[in-house]
Ligand binder design. Sequence first.
Ligand SMILES: Nc1ncnc2c1ncn2[C@@H]1O[C@H](COP(=O)(O)OP(=O)(O)OP(=O)(O)O)[C@@H](O)[C@H]1O
Ligand SMILES: [Mg+2]
Length: 249
Amino acid sequence: MRVLVVNNEKGGVGKSTIAVHLAWYFAERGKRVLFLDLDPQSNGTTTLAAHASHIDAAALFSHPVAIPPIAKKGIRVLGGSAALRGIVSVDSKLVEQFRANLADASQSFDIAIIDTPPTFGVRNLAALIVGQFVLAPIDLDDYAIDGIETLLKHIVGVRQKYNPGLTFLGLIPNRLQTTSPRQRKNLKSLVQKFGTKYLFDGVIPQRSSIGEALAEKKPVWSLPKTAAREAGRELRLVFDKLAAKMEAA
Ligand SMILES: Nc1ncnc2c1ncn2[C@@H]1O[C@H](COP(=O)(O)OP(=O)(O)OP(=O)(O)O)[C@@H](O)[C@H]1O
Ligand SMILES: [Mg+2]
């Protein structure tokens, strides 16, 4: 089982949007997907309600959990809940329990996708410590760019200190307003500053059909409108590259 963490401590950058679409994407490609929602806001859990299980993600930190396997392709959600707010101390026992539970599930699933909360706490840290891949959605506001250095410091710090096997898939600009000169300028300076080492080779434009799809709890590429299909095509192109990058790692 590959473990992919979608992470940025900044709120509202598209972590859950991308995480749920990745779950749909991999399930459609025949994979058995485990979706872990470490955010008590539980947006991803709500969107993927059709795939809910009776287990909360919070349980993974406290005791051994037998995650029901999936026989064929599909998605199993371990949902976010208020109990996650109780996981605050950076306790190695919590992290080790989390790691052991994921290890136990590793034969039953092909990929785990972990959606994280917009804070840099122990749940975030645990995800990065056990993960093999991390993808960091960013937005292109001026203030957001200031936060990117901190984000990179955290990811690189975890890799050096706890998890040398963590592959950084890159910062992925999301909600790019293609006609905004300011955003294009910010994107250009990001490319100059971080280059191909830290920047993912692709962007996700701002598309209103993405919000509509989430409201319907469906992947954007499944909505019948032309605009949605186009947005879906853009998103899948990015995911194809991401999947190839994971295969190559
Ligand atoms: N590419 C996009 N085009 C249009 N809307 C988008 C896009 N990506 C995300 N959104 C919208 O932006 C909002 C925030 O996205 P999302 O909830 O995925 O962010 P998040 O990083 O998970 O937030 P939080 O940190 O609060 O968990 C949502 O309303 C979502 O529908
Ligand atoms: Mg979210």
